[in-house]
Write a protein that binds this ligand. Structure first.
Ligand code: SAM
Length: 291
């Protein structure tokens, strides 16, 4: 996993230099990818607990970035351990026209899908790689990102009546929201260690602790997020608080998480989620916001 920031190739200076005078007017937008555990429906709840005033926005498990795109902060650092995802963000930030050109040629057809799925992303250019990620996300079953032990994407094609593979308008607004944003692809701990400072607002949305027998929430990358990772994350949150950061986290509503965060302020909220492998398993489930 690369440990360096995916830098904006057109800029040579740190993206934070001169940032106090924003160069680009950013507008609130929606994620350009579907992402398991996406926070679109919880936005109104989450926004109740965001501090009025903060320095930088840091999201170390960004996924589809529902809160990030909604806030469209001027000063931000986003990270995820998923290399394909973070390459896509970096390409969208730096090369939106080339990305749109590439993606415009992609079609929703079974043979094309399986050819695209079989490609080894490490042999593609950054732009082809990002276009492949967006294409697979739009056309695969339920927009799930799942890889096998070798890291190969293995989700079957999905069935869609209406599908826009290249949503140019959405991509261009996301491109604007990403200007001057630092994009990392690393373990969340390294990113927090490197960037989190007093006055920063940090939204922590890790892989949820599974609640059901079939819960698949952990399978975003070939690396899983275990109980001991949740315990380490709690420790990290306390450390951030001591550093003077504002921290908000989300997780599943279950005994383990309620107990782990019993000394924190916990808000219980409701979200519509897939809760098992059947399509009928979409239910109203409880989740928690931890402050
Ligand atoms: C619940 S999802 C985030 C959803 C996101 N907030 C949204 O609105 O779409 C959790 C993310 O954490 C990432 N992840 C898992 N383990 C990680 C780690 N150790 N460090 C950084 N990111 C990790 C996964 O790739 C996944 O995208």
């Amino acid at each position: 996993m690369p440990t360096t920031a995916l830098t904006n190739s057109t800029k040579t200076k740190s993206p934070f230099i001169g940032i106090s005078t924003p160069r680009i007017k950013k507008v609130s937008t929606k994620p350009f990818l579907k992402w398991v555990g996406g926070k679109t429906q919880l936005l109104e709840e989450l926004k109740k607990y965001i501090p009025q005033d903060f320095n930088r926005y840091i999201e170390p498990f960004v996924g589809g970035g529902a809160l990030f795109f909604d806030l469209a902060p001027q000063k931000a650092i986003i990270n995820d351990a998923n290399e394909e995802l973070m390459n896509t963000y970096a390409v969208l930030r730096d090369s939106v026209d080339e990305l749109i050109d590439e993606l415009s040629g992609y079609v929703y057809e079974k043979d094309f899908y399986y050819e695209m799925r079989a490609k080894d992303p490490s042999k593609l250019s950054k732009i082809e790689r990002a276009a492949r990620t967006i294409y697979l996300n739009k056309t695969c079953f339920n927009g799930i990102y799942r890889v096998n032990k070798k890291g190969q994407f293995n989700v079957p094609i999905g069935r869609y009546a209406n599908l826009t593979i290249c949503d140019e308008e959405r991509l261009r607004t996301a491109h604007l929201a990403l200007q001057d944003v630092v994009i990392e692809c690393d373990n969340y701990m390294n990113v927090l260690l490197k960037y989190a400072k007093e006055g920063d607002f940090i939204y922590i949305d890790p892989p949820y602790h599974p609640v059901g027998k079939y819960s698949d929430f952990k399978r975003y990358t070939k690396d899983f997020f275990y109980k001991e990772d949740q315990v380490a994350l709690r420790k990290e949150i306390l450390e951030l608080k001591n550093r003077g950061c504002f921290v908000m986290a989300s997780n599943s509503y279950c005994d383990f998480i309620l107990d782990l965060y019993k000394d924190f302020d916990i808000k219980v909220v409701h979200a519509k989620r897939f809760i098992n492998k059947n399509a009928s398993g979409r239910g109203n489930v409880k989740e928690v916001i931890i402050l």
